[in-house]
Write a protein that binds this ligand. Sequence first.
Ligand code: GLA
Length: 331
Amino acid sequence: MKLTTAFTRLALGSAVMLASLGPVQAQEEDVKIGFIVKQPEQAWFINEQRAATERGEELGFDVVRQRGRDGQEVLSAIDNLYAQGAQGFVICPPDVRLGPAIMSRAEQYDMKVITVDDQFVTSSGEPMEGVPHLGMSGTKIGQQVGEAIAAEMEARGWNPEEVAALRITNNELPTAVERTDGATQALLASGFPEANIFDAPQQSTDTSSAFSAASPVLSQRGDYQHWIIYALNEESVLGGVRATEQYGLAADDVIGVGINGSGAAFAEFSRNNPTGFHGTVAVSSTMHGRQTAEDLYRWISEGQEPPANTETSGTLMTRDNWQEVREELGL
Ligand code: GLA
């Protein structure tokens, strides 16, 4: 059955390719958009793409889900979308500095573009203003992380002087910098000593790169018994938590608070024994996917330009309330 479907799809696919002489002649009312993400295997992005597809089914447009893990993949995804007659795409780029190159390819094809999560930057590193964007309010959400960690430290009766912070950073990505800076600000405001914060720069925004970044920092600072962990997302905080486990720290000695509120966090909260992963600030990836897909659809079909910049907010999710928050945010 599956094979047959796959074959039919393939056959249909090549029919589309053959007919691609005139993709621009596609009927006006048939809206097709791409939804390209940098990490298609990450729970956040799986949910975001699924939500976009569902919105398309509700409103009557097609969503082609694609991955763009590097510049090459993104450009070929765009070529492929054009060949299929798509009029635009939503994208979370693998590197925000690809913005100008992506926009020039899109303009060549007369495609409309909205960025989600990670906003393009210009060659001088400024946000690319002309491209509508929807993403987290990084600083605020980061502050919520810092506040949640400070509250949990107090609940555990830890003396901040004896606690080390593992700050997993990603300095190439502005939203990541906003999030970790926001958390740092809130921690400092709560009286956490700046000298106890240690950076672990990660290469990419996932668990394995955070694990690799965290391990050496833990062994260099073996004199601390209590650790707090924060990063741009929960996948990275989980990498840090896994590194503390491998290093031999007990769950009671670790407080990690992430950001996202997706499958990775749910799996952690569902374990019988609590780990050092204390919580995460959940943001609705469902809303991010639905809203951007709908905005692009209306832009294409009704000429209604999307808001230049939409910032979304978050809710702290812990072992105690995760199911309620999940429900509330439609996750
Ligand atoms: C970045 C992160 C993702 C997720 C999104 C949400 O892209 O890499 O894990 O946090 O932001 O905006």
